[in-house]
Write a protein that binds this ligand. Structure first.
Ligand SMILES: O=P(O)(O)OC[C@H](O)CO
Length: 197
């Protein structure tokens, strides 16, 4: 039973990864008119992040594969959608670059910590960052659904919903940086250890 629950959690994470090409397909095929179906699939994928955590917790024990799949699925989903937003001019390069760089730094830290026998699981501040980032992405999808893309817009046609979506995205950037710094600070002994070798 525990094995089955863990496998269900893993299957949910794998489904989240498989949803990424479908979302990108909708977004790139006919932007921005297919943003609503893209947003709907993105929302289901983002909610599945909460679901796989719940399913894994019910088993009382997350598998190592489950921890890996959960983290990797989140990062693939977020990074790919941010890149496509940059491609379409919805997002400047720097917030996407900052978010993706932070993910590399924290993932790298997890790798060296694991080599030292230390597991760095997703902490509450990391989960909050993911929640806010996903909310911002979902709102950007809806804010630009059926509207002009930024390259064809005049400043006067920017809507309050679009301004609000960007506001949430910049909060997500701040949470991404602060949560990343917390991981680095909490694992400082791993970094000091690395410097000694
Ligand atoms: O901030 P991280 O790297 O711990 O990632 C958190 C996860 O996205 C939560 O599922």
């Amino acid at each position: 039973m525990i094995g089955q629950t863990v496998r269900l959690a893993d299957a949910i994470s794998i489904a989240r990864i498989l949803a990424v090409p479908i979302i990108l397909g909708f977004v790139l095929w006919h932007p921005p008119s297919l943003f609503v179906p893209a947003a709907a699939i993105f929302l289901i994928a983002a909610i599945s992040d909460l679901l796989d955590g719940y399913v894994a917790r019910r088993s009382g024990k997350a598998s190592t594969l489950g921890i890996y799949l959960d983290l990797v699925a989140d990062k693939i989903l977020t990074s790919c959608v941010l890149l496509v937003f940059v491609d379409l001019g919805i997002l400047p390069t720097w917030p996407a670059a900052l978010i993706i760089t932070r993910e590399f730094i924290v993932s790298g830290l997890r790798t060296v910590a694991a080599a030292e026998g230390l597991i760095i699981p997703a902490a509450a501040w990391g989960k909050h960052k993911t929640l806010v980032t996903n909310a911002a992405i979902f709102m950007l999808f809806l804010a630009f659904a059926g509207s002009e893309l930024p390259a064809n817009m005049s400043i006067s046609s920017v809507t309050p919903v679009q301004i609000f979506a960007y506001f949430i995205m910049y909060i997500a950037v701040i949470l991404t940086i602060t949560s990343g710094l917390r991981y680095v600070y909490n694992a400082r002994h791993v970094l000091f250890q690395m410097m000694k070798h």
